[in-house]
Every structure is written in C-alpha cells, then in structure tokens.
Design a protein around this ligand. Sequence first.
Ligand code: BF8
Ligand code: SF4
Length: 670
Amino acid sequence: MTDVEKLSVDVATVEMLKKAQAEGIETIFDRAEKMKPCPIGAEGACCRICSQGPCRVPPPKKAKEGEEQKPQAVGLCGATAATITARNFARMVASGSAAHNDHSRGTALLFKEVAHGRTQGYELKDVTKLKQMAKDFGVAITEGEGEDAKPRGKEVIAQELADVILKEFGKQEGELINVQRAPKKRQEIWRKEGVVPRGCDIEIVELMHRTHMGVDQEYQNIVKQCTRCALSDGWGGSMISTDLQDILFGTPVPVAGEINLGVLKEDHVNIIIHGHEPLLPEMIAVAVQEPEMISYAQNKGAKGIQLAGMCCSANEILMRHGIPCAGNYLQQELAIITGAVDAMVVDVQCEMQSLANVAKCYHTKLITTDKRARIEGETMHIPFDDHHALDVARKVVREAIDNFPNRRSPVLIPEASYPTIVGFSYETIRYLLGGSIRGSYYTLNDNIIGGRVRGVAGVVGCNNCRTTHDNSHLTMIKELLKNDVIVLTTGCSAMACGKVGLLTPEAAKQYCGEGLAEVLETVGLPPVLHMGACVDNSRILMAATACVKAGGLGNDISDLPAAGAAPEWMSEKAISIGHYFVTSGVYTMFGVTWPTTGSELLTDHLFKGLEETYGGKWDFEVDPELAAKKMIAHIDLKRKALGIDKARERVLYDMDMRRQMEEAAHAAEH
Ligand code: BF8
Ligand code: SF4
C-alpha cells in the first residue's frame, strides 16, 4: 500500500488520501504508482503523426570505450529527433494557446451580448477599464469635436469594442493590437524576427499544418512558429480575456479569502465550481445568495449554501469576491472523497475524467456545463446559456440542494484552511505601490535598484502527480523569498502558497530576507502576490512592462532582474505560457520533466539559442531549491548588467552592520 504521507506536503491532501485508501477509492495518485510514464514519449522522441509510425528515436546509449557510438535513429520518413521533438513540442504550444484563446473568444462573445443588453444577470462593471481598453483598441470614448465633445455611453463603446476584439482572433494579416502594449524594444525584436502574431486562428492552424507529416522539417523554423502561436496567447487571447473579465466582473482589488478543503461545511449544501471560465460561476455566486435559494436549502435540512472553487475557476471568484477555494488541481477527486460535496460543476480544462467514477462512489452530482466538454458516465449536463445565465445558475444550485439529503458515506472534512489576502491585479499593485495620484511601478524599481528587493519571480502553474504535491512550489518560493526575491503567482501555484499562509502580510517577516521584509512591511503586502488564474499570467506581462516603463531598469523585459517558473507543470497550456514568457524576454524554469530531452539539438536551441534573439530562455531543473538558486543567479546577472549589483552589496553590508550593532547594544544592556 502506498505511503500517502510521501505524496503531498499538504495535510488536507494526505488526510483525504487516507480516507480514499480506507474506502477503496482509486485516485490519480494510485494510478501514477501503477502506470509509469513511457520513457520515450516523455522525452518527446516518439512520432505518431502518420500511420507508418509510431517511430521511436530516443538518444542512443553512450558507447563503451573502444566501441563506435551509434547514431540516433530517424523515423521511417527520415525525420530526425530534432524534428520529431520539435513537432511534439509545437503541438503542445498549439493546444495550450488554443485553450486560452478559445476561453477568450467565449468571453468576448459574452461581452458583445452584454454590450447589446441581450444577457441575463451581467453588466459592464469596470467602466474605467472599459474606456482604457477602448483607447488601446482605437475605439472613441467621446463623440463630437473640441469643446462640443461628449462622452459616449458605455454600451456604445462596448459594442464597438466587442466587434474590434472579435476580429482579433481571426485576423489574417497585420499585428495583434495588444502587441503595442509591450516595451518598444521588445516589439522591434519581434518585428525583426518576423514573429509578431496575427490572429490566434491562423497561428494555430499554421502550426498544426507545419507539424503535419512531411511539412516543416527544420526545428528552428518550427520553434519560430511556436513563438508566434504562443505570443498570440500571452499578448492576445489571455490578455484579452483578463481585460474583458475585469470589465464584466470587476478588476480585482485586495480581498480576504480562504484556501483548502476545510472551507467545505458539513451542515451546508456544498457546491464546487471547477474549471476555468468565470462566466457561469459569476452567476452561481449570485444565485447562492438569493433568499429563496437559501430557504430552499434550509427546507432540505441544510444550514445554508457553501460555494467554493477549484482550479482556476476558484482563482477567478476568489480574486473578485473572496469566495473560498477548496484546493488545486490534484485535490479535485479528494474534494468529492470528503463525502460533503453535493454538486461539482465543471466547464473546461484540467477536469479529470476520473471525477465521474469518484462521484459515483459518493452522492456527488457531477454537472458539466459547457458544450465543448462533456464527461462520460453518470454525469448531468446543464448547458450554459448567456441569455439565461442566472436561470441556468439557479438550476445548478437547485440540483445541488436537492442532492443534500442523499449524503451517504461518513463525511470527513479536513480541518485545514488558511486565510489569505488575494486580488493583486496589475492595476492594484501600481496603486498600492504609489497611491492613486503618483501610482507607479517606480517604487518597486527604486527598491530593486537600492537592493532591498533583489528581483521579481513569477512562480505559476500546475500540480503534477509525478512529483510530491505542492512541494516544489513551496520549496522554490521559500528559497526565493529568503533571498529577497518577491514572488508573483497564479494558477495552482497560488493555491499551494495560500494553503501554508504565504499569501498573508504576516508571512513577510517569517519567510523573507531582511530587505524584502522591510519593504513589504512598510506597504503591508504579502510576500507572494496572487494575481489570478492562468489566463492572468498576462497581468504579469503587464506588470513587467510597467516596470520597464517606470524607468531605471533597462528598456526591455529581458533587462529586468526577473525570472519565471512552473516547477510542477503538467498541462499543454503551461508550455504555451512558458514559451510566450521566454520570447517576451524572461528566463523560464520548468520542473518535474522536460518534453524535448530526446533531442539535444532542440533542447540546446530552447535553453541557449533563443537567448541570443529574445534575451529569455527555457531551463529545466527537477530540484526546486537548485532551480530557485539558478533563478537567483540569473537575477544577479541582470543586476550586474544594469550596474546595480554594487547597491545590493552595500545594503547587505549595512544590514550586517546593523545586526552587529544591535547585538552589541543587546550585549551592553545585559
Ligand atoms: O489553468 S495551473 S493544473 S488549473 S493548467 Fe490546470 Fe495547471 Fe492548475 Fe488552471 Ni493552469
Ligand atoms: Fe514515422 Fe515520419 Fe510518420 Fe513520424 S511522420 S510517424 S517519423 S514515418
């Protein structure tokens, strides 16, 4: 029997795994034990894009002394390992970019319907952001000339903006409008390389075409199209969905919340919303507060309704409303195993098919809501419809309430949840750093230049059952904080942090080096800033750009003392995100496993070659502490290039001196 204590550093997860074992319920952790990954596929060295394969081309064993080194095999068609691994990598980028862009298109379509007043329950909440976005997209916010100019109505602006935005996805030529938000130098690099993205539709289709049998067979050229495709995610779809969701549901500001399975309540109807698109969750959040719904729940014997999130849907409603989060990716089955979840409502992405089986063993209703994502088995489908979204939400909530009396197995909810402060949008960080009038990222830059803050790291991404749950996120982040590197986080990484208290201002003192702790305590910020869901990695791009524009730290993202990481990544979206960060100029570290080790040529190109062009590069390190050290070394290199390495040395010296003085004073007192 598996020793569950070794599978996760999260107490709630371990407790639920014990319950699963006792009740004979199989989880992803058991399957990971039984099924080892295919070693050739794991290296990206298996090609199955035509029916003459699959062709396997792993690197040959190193020849013994005196023996001749065997060359690496090629596929039946002659495709080399570099081509095969590059094609596999490219298809991950295509799928990841498609996931974010398709999410974004859905949001844009809803936005258009809201603008025309054709929806139920939605409104245009953040008009300031609407106007800002309209300006960026060339939509007038006033009408008439000069003194006669009058502000246009928000609906009219939104209607026009929706049409401009919807054209972005299918743009056949030219450049995505948001590219203009990047630092000037970055735009020049992209233009020179010919990688400025057009619409995601063409970039993804072209990448899929190029990776068809017998098309693009030069790995550098395949990677180039990966770049366009990934940039159409980061600066395209992801950024558009973040902005539109902020306009529709509100731009996040700091709010208190709680994270972990302990947020479920035994005597309440528990509803978990799991997935990625906040459109329906926003309406469910409204429906559960309606007095008729609460009394309906009470009539069924519950004290009330507890709504909680899982995965990125959780991040969306946590950031905007403080609705608690039940856990991250590897906890989805475990939530059901508590026996307390009356309905789990899913839309798209990162939902394990096994949920249907686990739900069957308890009383949980698994409700799919998106026409693109059904799950086989005893699931219920209640389709989302933006024209009647609130009614759909009410239907979902009623299903959960009706299911409350059906609870059967003993309920066990771990007593684990941690208070957090979340909601750090790019705009909020600017405000907190400098107030509304002089709000600017310059305060952060100033602290970086002065050396109190050594640098900035974005630590994001998934859980992966091939490594100890949450451990790499936490080990890496603690190492960074100890070395005065402030951390921005999104996705499942953010929840790992929340579960151990890293998303509280109090954590600054406990985990940070002196310089960073001092800065954070002055402004009252947590050392790890939760910036949202995975599409909200675009907020990190905006924050990085704002740092460049605030001055003093070079003139491009690649000049910043910054690094990115996804230490427990597993999804194709993570590869798309990683690639747009690398080609936006960021040193990007991945953990667990790396999908191109089957080709040294391609791996070298990604880990070294790209840096010459983009100033950013990929890297891979399994050990999270070592990975953090490499990130810090990169940050220090950038500090040196900026000529601010001395400042830090001086500050450190000052700190040491101060400590010595304090010790001396202390000794003198006694
Ligand atoms: O988009 S971090 S496991 S939940 S893919 Fe999925 Fe990875 Fe979690 Fe959100 Ni992102
Ligand atoms: Fe094999 Fe070439 Fe077909 Fe790939 S495309 S499966 S390498 S024959």
